[in-house]
Every structure is written in structure tokens, then in C-alpha cells.
Design a protein around this ligand. Structure first.
Ligand code: AGP
Length: 368
């Protein structure tokens, strides 16, 4: 009802603005300053059992899969554990390789997505250790997995996932920190990460403070038919998520690409009618994205750039810059995703779309 939306016109906007608190909820009680690590009791695995994990398989759909793709960077880089991300729909048909030391992490906001439930059952039947990331307490996936980590994002009403996605990414970072400290990650690197994680709610607040500026930029792009989103590293799955948000609520055709893939095909489409959203935060790979922006501009494609505050070189390439506070590459997907959510939201609002209930979509897809 209207009351639950408070002063917001849509649940989506309310949920976007809740994110400093929902991320705080995802972190609360889960940082271990003493050990420069994370505490995740729900995973139900002892340090010795954690040490035995040889491979991680993440399974999910839509935004939950995108969160998993960010997590892949975390687990491989921080914990040194090879990780693969499966479309949950494909998991049981691919005959996945599950060894006794494989950890399967199903990710689902609702815990009721049919394909992800099927992946959990297949993983369990093959003897995998299963630890689920769910938002809805007592949901089918949470129950069947037996162990897991709750997201604590509160009810997500908008069909487009926002706060659950952010909590998924945060919980994956905590999990990777724990696995990393259990293995090769030094105490000092762990302490740095703990400090960075604690800053995330403030980073999000700083992005939310720019909502009006993002709305202004969005209004200049509300009438386009197509959009490309490009990124590298952890910002590559963030680009996929940004494109999904835009297409699902505004009905604009949007595609997320790894920035390096542009020249393997899609660049042939670029012209003044094909704008590009470039995730150009000042993290490793930023200089290459700068080159990609130049390539887009040379083909007259309008570019919106997400950049770290004060990045003059990017301002020289395009006037449409959304500024993100400085942060490390592992944390960057979070404030960046918030900027992309607002961008998609304001475009859809300007187009008069049914934002909370886009046509043809259900909040949770309970059929195969
Ligand atoms: C996200 O905005 C989508 N509506 C959708 O992709 C969603 O993330 C997907 O259906 C998975 O849902 P789940 O997290 O509840 O399993």
C-alpha cells in the first residue's frame, strides 16, 4: 500500500535509498576486528573444513547471478580459490563437476526461484557442501541448503532487485575475506578490507546525495532506444547489472559488455544513437576504459561516465559524468551499482513506466 512507500513514489526508489541501512544490516556483527576477518556462523563450517574447500561454484539467476560474478573476483583474488559462476538454469543440464571439496553457493533474494532450487538439489545429490545466500528467511532454498548466510535486506517489493543485490555483494566480500584469512591473506590486508567494508554505507550515502544530478543526466537519455554498458574487472558484472536494471524497468534495449569486447563486434553499432555507459572509476583498468571512451566518442556515441570524484581526464571526454567517491576496486561495484540503479530509475520514471511491476515480469520466477 501507499503507506509502506512512505514519501517515495515507488518501492524501487524507497529500496534504493534504504541501502546505507540494509548494507549496515548485512555487515552488523559480522566483522572480526581482532582477527581482521569476518564472522559468518551460518555457514556451519569449521576453519579446518573451510581450508579443505578446493573449488567454489556459484549458481543464481538474473541480478543474483551478477552478484555471483562479482563474488568470483573476490574468491579468486582474496582467497585464491578457483571459482565458477553458473546460470542456475544450466547447472543441472551441464552435468557440473562436483568433487568432495566443492562448495556450491546458491544465491537468491526470494529463495524460491525454480532454477536455483533445482541447482541446490542437484548439488546436494552430488554431495557438494551447499551454503546459500538468501534474503527471505525460511524460504525453500534457505531450508533445503541447510546452511547459509542471510542478507538482512528486509522485504524487497520492487521487481527490480536493488538492495538485495548490494547485500549479496557485501556478503560475498565478507565470505571471501573469511576464506582469505583462513588461508593466505595477511592480517594487514585483512584489516584494510575490514576498514573498507565499514566505509561502504557512507560511500552509498555520498552517491544518494547526488540523486538530482543523476536525474538530470538521465533525463538527457530518456528517449534513446539502445544503451551499451561497459566495464572491466569487478565492474564488468556491475555493467551487466546496470544494463539489466535499465532494460527491465525502462524497456530500453540495453547490453552489458566487457569493455575489451567492444572491438570484437558491438563497436560496429556505435553512432550518435547508441549511447554508452562507461564504468571508469579510478581502479586498475581505468586507463584502458579511458581509451574505450575515446573509441566510442570517435564514433560519435554519446558517453555517460562513472568516474572517481575529481577525474579531470574523463570530464575532458564527456560532459555527462556521475562522480563516485574514491574507493578500492573490490568495494567499487557497490556505490557504482547504486548510481546505475538511480540512472535506470529516473529514465524509467521520465518514460512513465510501471517501475515496480514491469510488464511480463514476476518478482520471483517459480517455474522453469
Ligand atoms: C532483478 O532485477 C530481476 N528482477 C531478476 O533478474 C532476479 O534477480 C532473478 O529473477 C533472481 O531472483 P532471486 O534472487 O529471487 O532468485
Amino acid at each position: 500500500g501507499a503507506a509502506e512507500k512512505g514519501n517515495y513514489p515507488h518501492f524501487m526508489l524507497k529500496e534504493i535509498f534504504e541501502q546505507p541501512e540494509t548494507v549496515e544490516n548485512a555487515i552488523r556483527g559480522r566483522l572480526d576486528h581482532e582477527m581482521a576477518s569476518a564472522i559468518l556462523s551460518g555457514i556451519g563450517l569449521s576453519p579446518r573444513e573451510l581450508l579443505q574447500i578446493g573449488h567454489i561454484v556459484i549458481a543464481g539467476c538474473g541480478s543474483s547471478m551478477h552478484a555471483g560474478l562479482v563474488g568470483e573476483y573476490y574468491f579468486e583474488d582474496l582467497a585464491g580459490i578457483s571459482t565458477s559462476v553458473e546460470q542456475a538454469a544450466e547447472f543441472r543440464y551441464r552435468n557440473p563437476i562436483i568433487e568432495p571439496n566443492t562448495l556450491v553457493i546458491p544465491i537468491s533474494q526470494s529463495g524460491e526461484t525454480a532454477d536455483t532450487i533445482a541447482a541446490v538439489r542437484e548439488a546436494a545429490a552430488k554431495g557438494a557442501i551447499v551454503t546459500a545466500l538468501c534474503n527471505v528467511v525460511g524460504s525453500t532454498i534457505a531450508r533445503e541448503a541447510g546452511r547459509g548466510i542471510y542478507l538482512h535486506a528486509g522485504p524487497e517489493i520492487s521487481v527490480a532487485s536493488t538492495k538485495a543485490f548490494l547485500s549479496q555483494v557485501v556478503v560475498l566480500l565478507l565470505f571471501a575475506l573469511l576464506l582469505g584469512r583462513n588461508r593466505r591473506l595477511s592480517r594487514s590486508r585483512g584489516a584494510e578490507l575490514v576498514a573498507e567494508i565499514e566505509q561502504i554505507p557512507d560511500l552509498i550515502r555520498e552517491v544518494l546525495e547526488q540523486a538530482l544530478e543523476i536525474k538530470k543526466i538521465a533525463s538527457r537519455y530518456a528517449h534513446v532506444d539502445d544503451f551499451f554498458f561497459i566495464g572491466r574487472g569487478c565492474l564488468y558484472p556491475t555493467a551487466l547489472e546496470g544494463a539489466l536494471k535499465l532494460k527491465e524497468i525502462s524497456y530500453i534495449h540495453a547490453e552489458g559488455y566487457h569493455a575489451a569486447e567492444l572491438k570484437h563486434g558491438p563497436i560496429s553499432l556505435l553512432d550518435e544513437k547508441h549511447p554508452v555507459m562507461a564504468l571508469a572509476n579510478d581502479i586498475p583498468g581505468r586507463d584502458k576504459i579511458l581509451g574505450n571512451i575515446q573509441e566510442c566518442r570517435a564514433r560519435k556515441a554519446p558517453v555517460v561516465a562513472i568516474a572517481t570524484r575529481g577525474d579531470r581526464a574523463i570530464r575532458d571526454l564527456t560532459q555527462d559524468v556521475i562522480e563516485i567517491p574514491p574507493c578500492s576496486r573490490f568495494v567499487a561495484p557497490l556505490p557504482t551499482a547504486v548510481a546505475l540503479q538511480l540512472f535506470a530509475y529516473y529514465i524509467a520514471a521520465e518514460r512513465g513506466c510501471e517501475i515496480d511491476q514491469p510488464r511480463n515480469l514476476a518478482k520471483s520466477v517459480t517455474v522453469e
